[in-house]
Design a protein around this ligand. Structure first.
Ligand SMILES: [Zn+2]
Length: 177
């Protein structure tokens, strides 16, 4: 088991954080049973783990259509599923409902978890969901160029750059067969 490994060069990670974000002091390496060497501030008695930021991605479904949006500053030539960061104190399901309401004006129900994917380069862990349209009309915010329903069967053609979103659609398509 991992807990009983002898420390060697492989288990000591390169320290990612060098200075304490609270006091600005230099961090030292402290051994943690679970994680190996972890950057540590002696003054604040805090460890700074190399953790990923959790996000949600959700496919909102209405009959045989899925809600896609386009924001060119994120993806130039691609529509995407609705996504967002999980706020502190919020469950992932609460984030899903909040982001859909904020970005589209729509209320959803029957939120189901589909699995997670990590993007190491962006330090993200994406929790993917599918949910059903419940109530409301689409209200496009000024940040969004396009927002609307697209047939699930043809959604992949419009989502060339949204890799995680594409995987969600592929899962939905395979579940419908
Ligand atoms: Zn500190």
């Amino acid at each position: 088991m991992y807990h009983f490994l002898v420390i060697n060069n492989d288990t000591i990670k390169i320290m990612k954080f060098k200075y304490c974000p609270i006091c600005g002091g230099k961090l030292v390496e402290k051994y943690s049973w679970d994680e190996g060497g972890v950057p540590y501030c002696e003054k604040d008695d805090k460890m700074f783990f190399d953790v990923a930021k959790p996000c949600i991605v959700v496919a909102v479904i209405k009959n045989d259509e899925v809600l896609l949006l386009k924001q060119s500053y994120i993806y130039k030539d691609s529509k995407v599923l609705i996504s967002g960061y999980i706020s502190n104190g919020e469950s992932a399901e609460e984030t899903v409902a909040r982001e859909v309401l904020e970005e589209t004006g729509i209320e959803i129900n029957d939120i189901r978890y589909l699995g997670s994917e990590s993007i190491e380069s962006k330090e993200l862990i994406m929790l993917t969901f599918v949910a059903n349209y419940h109530n409301g009309e689409i209200k496009k915010s000024s940040e969004v160029e396009e927002l609307g329903w697209v047939k699930i069967e043809s959604a992949l053609d419009e989502m060339k750059e949204d890799i995680i979103g594409r995987n969600v659609i592929k899962k939905l398509l395979s579940m419908r067969k």
